[in-house]
Design a protein around this ligand. Structure first.
Ligand SMILES: NC(=O)c1ccc[n+]([C@@H]2O[C@H](COP(=O)([O-])OP(=O)(O)OC[C@H]3O[C@@H](n4cnc5c(N)ncnc54)[C@H](OP(=O)(O)O)[C@@H]3O)[C@@H](O)[C@H]2O)c1
Length: 283
């Protein structure tokens, strides 16, 4: 049993990860606006407040910090991701905690004509094309200053019990009769929230340090993935739905992640979307 701090227990990932972590560890988790979990161990925290982060970590003295805060949602993406991560890293260094940091495939441009084209292994250099990608790449660089770290680069997160952010957005737009375009030229390996949570838990007591790609084995365009999710959640109507290539240079294209290292290091299986969503699934 370890003392584990989960930043962003109220995130989509954190809501699944935190109760699983509590089965095995002494857990403190943070929320910012709302404690949707309402479990023992929840504490309000703004990661941009240096003193508050330092105080929490000095008091709880986690052996491991799983830093999930830093998504592409909210009004201060750069401040939360960069400044917030700096504060967490400083506090991890001060208390010698192991830091598991959640990053993203959106640090890449996904261009096949790039000198470092996809699929990306753990040594691929970031090539971000938008503010979120730039902030997450900067956060990775900050995390690397702390020796005992794992940077998990992951892809679109989805679940079977709670609708993911992207599908929820599509559902709202479709039900309001608004146009929705599903992009056929953005390629991803979507990851089941349970897979990512198990990988985080496995890495708590794992000797590995460095960057690790953790995603699903099945490679899909965002359009293919979105249709599977719309079907799974039974979302209608779809008459305002179109499929086509994204022309927006601020969206990464083919962000496939190579998973050889995770297959080698982890016991956690990395099932693809069809396997996870199958009614016959035994997982
Ligand atoms: N979702 C994806 O498809 C995806 C894909 C690749 C990588 N990732 C990475 O996975 C991680 C989790 O993503 P997610 O989508 O699960 O996150 P999310 O649902 O958008 O949740 C964001 C979290 O950050 C917290 N937060 C916001 N501002 C904060 C602040 N100033 N101080 C402290 N906490 C703050 C929120 O707290 P409240 O809700 O309480 O306000 C919430 O817990 C992120 O690092 C993201 O980059 C996500």
């Amino acid at each position: 049993m370890a003392r584990v701090l989960i930043t962003g227990g109220s995130s989509y990932l954190g809501q699944h990860l935190t109760p699983l972590a509590q089965n095995e560890h002494e857990v403190c988790y943070t929320y910012f606006n709302q404690d949707v979990l309402a479990l023992p161990g929840g504490i309000q925290l703004d990661v941009r407040q240096e003193t508050a982060v330092a105080r929490l970590i000095a008091t709880f003295r986690p052996q491991v910090i799983i830093h999930t805060v830093g998504s592409n949602r909210g009004t201060d993406v750069r401040g939360v991701i960069e400044t917030g991560t700096r504060h967490v890293v400083q506090a991890a260094q001060a208390t010698q905690a192991r830091l598991i940091h959640i990053s993203t495939d959106s640090i890449f441009n996904g261009r096949t004509d790039d000198p470092h084209p996809p699929p990306y292994d753990e040594n691929a250099p970031p090539s971000p094309v938008n503010e979120y990608g730039r902030a997450k790449a900067a956060a990775e660089a900050i995390v690397r200053q702390h020796l005992n770290h794992v940077i998990i680069r992951t892809s679109l997160i989805y679940g079977r019990r709670v609708i993911d952010h992207g599908t929820a957005w599509m559902a709202r737009a479709l039900q309001a009769g608004q146009p929705v375009t599903l992009f056929s030229n953005q390629i991803r390996n979507p990851v089941w929230v349970h897979t990512l949570s198990l990988a985080c838990l496995e890495l708590i007591n794992h000797p590995y340090t460095g960057t690790l790609n953790v995603a699903g084995e099945q490679i899909l365009s965002r359009a293919e993935f979105s249709l599977k999710m719309l079907d799974y959640w039974g979302i209608q109507p779809r008459h305002t739905l179109t499929i086509g290539p994204s022309q927006n240079a601020a969206w990464p294209l083919d962000c496939r992640l190579k998973l050889n290292l995770a297959r080698q290091l982890l016991r956690t299986p990395l099932p693809g979307v069809d396997e996870v969503l199958s009614p016959m699934s035994t997982r």
